[in-house]
Design a protein around this ligand. Structure first.
Ligand code: SAM
Length: 296
């Protein structure tokens, strides 16, 4: 495979480099926003699971456009991984499922509230679908829990989900807090992937609801007045210009020298999550462990 084959197979990967986005995911947020106008008038945002930072880039661009004279734009971006700095973005390295991370995010808002919380979080996929869906759902619940602390009434929440067989439980949980919940599939998200983005609008927590990171949202009462467990079906919307690029297609590259140039990614990883494992492997650590186990 040639160096340019990824550019050919993945048009959004190539466009991200050309347009200066750190990751192709930027197009997913932009296409969701095109459909729902979520970033209109937004000046305060939280970007959960933000590395390498393309959603923060999109937010930063839009929030700077939105803010009026004398107003301040605020973006707090959080990830397990270290993220290269972005101007105007407050960065936190932490696990969003931990109370300490939630406390730090809340402290940055200092009593103020965010207009939107976005979460593109994805755990390392194991390939065991049930397990992957479960972990993804837990990540989303952690994001929702943080959201209930920092989002203003009427605000929006956007998060990546895996549309597995138990997704209706998540829809029901989200409906407790948001009257408008829509599942959206941006054109830049491959059809072959069960990934989609849940768009929750008009944050309206239940009466007397007190946000508490210790309270699992699963324990909240069901929405149904008779106390029955609900099966919620939410609308599904495909977004992104239908005449635009299809993320499952392979596109021929423009001829070199006539507008096409192979570009490096805008921001390479600053540390690889598997670095310590590689270092151990080079030092023969794993061979020693195996030898010990088989008693050699
Ligand atoms: N939206 C990002 C962008 O546009 O550049 C891409 C996000 S990437 C698909 C998913 C991220 O989720 C990874 O950087 C990963 O470290 C992060 N993540 C996964 N689990 C997390 C957790 N428990 N807390 C914080 N971040 C987490």
């Amino acid at each position: 495979l040639g160096k340019s084959s990824k550019d050919k197979r993945d048009v959004y990967y190539r466009l991200a480099k050309e347009q200066g986005w750190r990751a192709r995911s930027a197009f997913k947020l932009m296409q969701v926003d095109e459909e729902f106008s979520l970033l209109e008038g937004v000046t305060k945002a939280v970007d959960l699971c933000a590395a390498p930072g393309s959603w923060s880039q999109v937010l930063s661009k839009r929030l700077v456009e939105n803010k009026k004279e004398g107003q301040e734009a605020k973006i707090v971006a959080v990830d397990l991984q270290a993220m290269a700095p972005l101007p105007g973005v407050i960065q936190l390295q932490g696990d969003i499922t931990k109370q300490s991370t939630a406390d730090q995010i809340i402290s940055y808002f200092d009593g103020e509230k965010a207009d939107i919380v976005v979460c593109d979080g994805a755990p390392d996929v194991t390939g065991l679908h049930d397990m992957d869906e479960y972990i993804q759902a837990q990540l989303l619940l952690a994001a929702l829990n943080i959201t209930t602390h920092v989002l203003r009434p009427g605000g929006s929440f956007v998060a990546k989900i895996f549309r597995g067989k138990d997704i209706t439980l998540l829809y029901t949980q989200l409906k407790i807090f948001f009257p408008n919940v829509t599942c959206s599939k941006p054109r830049s998200s491959r059809n072959s992937s069960i990934e989609a983005f849940i768009v929750c609008q008009d944050y309206t927590p239940p009466k007397d609801y007190v946000p508490n990171m210790g309270t699992p949202l699963l324990d909240l009462p069901p929405m149904d007045e008779q106390g029955r467990s609900n099966r919620t079906i939410v609308p599904f919307i495909a977004c992104g210009d239908l005449c635009g690029f299809d993320s499952d297609m392979t596109y021929a590259l423009p001829v070199a020298g006539e507008g096409y140039k192979l570009l490096k990614p805008v921001q390479g990883p600053i540390t690889a999550p598997y670095l310590s494992a590689i270092q151990k492997k080079r030092k023969g650590f794993f061979n020693e462990q195996v030898s010990k186990k088989i008693g050699q």
